[in-house]
Ligand binder design. Structure first.
Ligand code: HEC
Length: 106
């Protein structure tokens, strides 16, 4: 890869190859999940170090709608007063990406 433009093109090609059903932001949300969320959760058999805390998120997109996910991820206690999941620092865009990714888990 000689130029940043080449890297961008490759990234675009990789994204084009992702499933068409994926919502906008789902790919970004997946990358964010690996960094911010995986430690407390498991998904598709891949468990984070403290996965027993948050448990599996398999199928959560079918169980919870986007509005619930948005509010819960933004501030867990606003939905579940006794929530143990912490309120994580994130931008509005990152929140949308998390919601897109979680919604895609069906
Ligand atoms: C410190 C541990 C921790 C981290 C980090 C964490 N979670 Fe959680 N999560 C939990 C726990 C514990 C629960 C169970 C409900 C509760 O007590 O809040 C939960 C529940 C959830 C649920 C609801 C699952 C269901 O079946 O209803 C979703 C969705 C979720 N987490 C997404 C995320 C996302 C997205 C991130 C990253 C932005 C994240 N979690 C980061 C601990 C964590």
């Amino acid at each position: 890869m000689r130029t940043p433009a080449g890297a961008a093109l490759l990234a675009a090609l990789v994204l084009v190859g992702s499933p068409p059903a994926a919502l906008a932001g789902a790919e970004e949300g997946k990358a964010l999940y690996e960094k911010q969320c995986k430690v407390c959760h498991s998904l598709a058999g891949e468990a984070g170090k403290m996965a027993e805390k948050g448990g599996p998120l398999d199928g959560v997109g079918a169980k919870r709608d986007a509005a619930w996910l948005r509010q819960y991820i933004a501030n867990p206690k606003s939905v579940m007063p006794d929530a143990k999941m912490p309120k994580l620092k994130m931008t509005e865009k990152e929140l949308e990406d998390h919601v897109a990714y979680m919604s895609s888990l069906r």
